[in-house]
Every structure is written in C-alpha cells, then in structure tokens.
Design a binder for this molecule. Structure first.
Ligand code: NAI
Length: 330
C-alpha cells in the first residue's frame, strides 16, 4: 500500500524505511494540515503524528485525494474529528497501549528531577559551581501521590510510585477493581487534589477534560504540591497555572506537553526565537521542568508503535482485498 508519512522525524524515518516490507512509504517533513493534503495524492493511507491537524477540512481533502485510512502513530485520538472521519468513510487507526512504561518512566524522571533540583544542579556544575546552597530537595518516600486516569500509563505510574513507598490515591471515571487489589485507593477528584503531595495527570484530552486543572482546582491543591502532566497540554489552564506558581499556591510543574504545542514542538526555534509569551514564561520558570512531548521517545516504544501500525495497515489492506467495507480498528 502507498502510505504518505507526514511530519517525519529523523528518529523514526530509518526504522520505517527498514521495516516497510511490501508497503511503499513516502516521507514528508510537512505536518498534516488542510494545506498539505495534496501531498497524499495517490496514497491509500496516511500516517500522522500527535501534533497533526486532522480536522474536518483535512479529512475532506484526504478523501478527495483518495485516502481510505488514517494511521496515527500515537495513543490519543484528540487531534482527529472522528465524526467527520466516519461520515467520510475514512478508517482511523491508532496505537493505544504501546509501552506505557515509556511515558510513565518519563513522568517519574521529570518529577524526581524537579524534586531534587537537577536542572539547577547541572547548570551549576557546568559553570564550575559546586556549592549546595539552595538545592535542598524533597523525598518521595511516604508522600501521597494522586493519579488522575488509571489506564495503561496511569497504572504503570502508580506501580512505580508504590515502589518508592508512596501512598497512592487515584481518580478515574472508570475505576478498575484489579487496581484496588494491588493497593490503589480510588477517591473523589476533590480528595485527590486536596490530599496529594504530587498530582499526576494520565487521562485523555476531550471536551470533559479540557482545563481539568483550572484556577478552582489549583486552589484545592496543597501549595507545596507538584503537578505532573505527560498527557495533553489542554488538560491544564496555563494562565491559571502560571498565576498559581507565581503566587506560591503551587510548588512546581513537571510537564511534557503544552496547550499550544502543535505550533512549536518538534522543531528547533533557537535561531528565530519563540513568539509565544505563555510558552516562554513556562519554559523559563524556575519551578517548571518542561520537555517537548518526548515521553513516548524510547527505542522500545518506537519499535512497538511501528510494528503495531504496519501490522494494522496490512490487516486493513487484507480486509479491503476481501471486500470487507467497514473496518473498526482503533
Ligand atoms: P488509557 O486509555 O489506557 O487510559 C486513560 C484513562 O483515563 C482511562 O482509565 C479512562 O477511564 C481515564 N479517564 C478518562 N476520562 C477521565 C476523566 N475525565 N477523569 C479521570 N480519568 C479519566 O490511556 P493511556 O495509554 O494510559 O494514555 C493516557 C494519556 O497519555 C493519553 O490519552 C495521551 O493523552 C497521553 N500520552 C502521552 C504521551 C507522551 O509522549 N507524552 C504518549 C502516549 C500517551
């Protein structure tokens, strides 16, 4: 099958080139937007990333170009207008549940680095400053960690926190009995926010979770708490977050995501500069530790994403060859 691969990054191109098998992959650096759909002309499939824009206009353009299936090399589907895809008869494939440890471990990495002031320590060492004043850290042992969303990644994160000797509280719209069996305590969202020293977001972005953490929720948290967000930027109201940090109502923010990240992440802006005042405040804030959506970026996860995606595309192709018209493969 001919596949138009959008938003191609060096770290993934090599793997797909080696494993494309009978598929023919055409790599484009461009993101997938309504303005770039013509690049998919002649391809039955497109492969898109987390920051591509699969709105109704894009999907209509893809349909006109002859595209039958959109394959997302990510877990979330929040950047796709699923209603429009269904109306247009375009099948949408994603890769839920690939190595949840990649993201969970990244969340833990950010959290520990913030708690032990590693960015400041590293910068001092680089300057030849070996003093320790101002570097007093905080331990995780015996702290209360609140987890919002206990699916694949949330569960892995909870288990790591249990290993650190933390008490883990959880909130999920669909609590899982098997997690209670391993010592998780499900409580209300309010209780998670009020009781926790660390609050970690592991739920998807949708209309119900937009600005899940706003000024009202931030006011319920302990002023000494750390918020961890490796899920989606739009779960957090950045203005409210910055205000809480600046007023001493929150101790720190460890994040892998930003609400307007699609415009910035994935590219080097060091020469041109970043023309986004909120992002600039966040990335320069002494109590914020930010990475640019790299939670998934491990060799193991890339391998699982690639294999799962190419298998699903081959399966789709096989179904079409046998005359099966409706494929639900998410
Ligand atoms: P999952 O679908 O396995 O789990 C999500 C959990 O959130 C489910 O248990 C669900 O019931 C719960 N949930 C849904 N709405 C909720 C709400 N309003 N309040 C509380 N809980 C709610 O998803 P998975 O694989 O664990 O991924 C979680 C999120 O992590 C993804 O949606 C995505 O946004 C993000 N992600 C980030 C990556 C990164 O590189 N930073 C990579 C992969 C995923």
């Amino acid at each position: 099958m001919q596949i138009a691969f959008f938003n191609t990054k060096l770290y993934e191109r090599d793997w797909y080139e080696r494993h494309q098998g009978h598929h023919q992959i055409h790599f484009f650096d461009e993101p997938l937007t309504p303005y770039h759909v013509s690049l998919a002309e002649g391809c039955r499939a497109v492969c898109a990333s987390v920051n591509d824009n699969l709105c109704k206009l894009t999907l209509e353009g893809l349909k006109k170009a002859g595209v039958e299936v959109v394959a997302l090399r990510c877990a979330g589907l929040d950047n796709v207008d699923l209603g429009a895809a269904e109306r247009l008869g375009i099948t949408v494939i994603n890769v839920p549940g690939y190595s949840p440890f990649a993201v969970a471990e990244h969340a833990v990495t950010l959290l520990l680095a913030l708690l032990r002031q590693l960015p400041e320590a590293r910068s001092r060492i680089g300057r030849g400053n070996f003093s320790l004043d101002g570097l007093v850290g905080t331990e995780l042992h015996r702290k209360t960690v609140g987890v919002i969303g206990t699916g694949h990644i949330g569960r892995a994160f909870c288990q790591i926190m249990q290993g650190f000797g933390c008490k883990v509280l959880a909130y999920d719209v669909r609590p899982q009995a098997k997690l209670v069996d391993i010592g998780l305590q499900y409580v209300s969202l309010e209780e998670v926010l009020q009781e926790s020293d660390v609050v970690a977001l592991h739920c998807p972005f949708n209309e119900q979770t937009r600005y899940l953490i706003d000024d009202r929720k931030l006011a319920q948290m302990k002023p000494s708490a750390i918020l961890v967000n490796t899920s989606r930027g739009k779960l957090v109201d950045t203005d409210a977050l910055l205000a809480a940090l600046n007023r001493g109502k929150l101790a720190g923010y460890a994040t892998d995501v930003y609400e307007n990240e699609a415009s910035w992440f994935g590219k080097d802006w060091s020469m041109e500069g970043v023309a986004d005042e909120r992002l600039n405040q966040l990335r320069r804030h002494p109590r914020v530790l930010m990475t640019a959506h790299q939670g998934f970026l491990t060799a193991e996860a890339l391998e699982q994403i690639g294999r799962s995606l190419l298998n699903k595309l081959s399966f789709f192709e096989g179904q079409r060859a046998e005359g099966v018209t409706k494929a639900s493969m998410c």
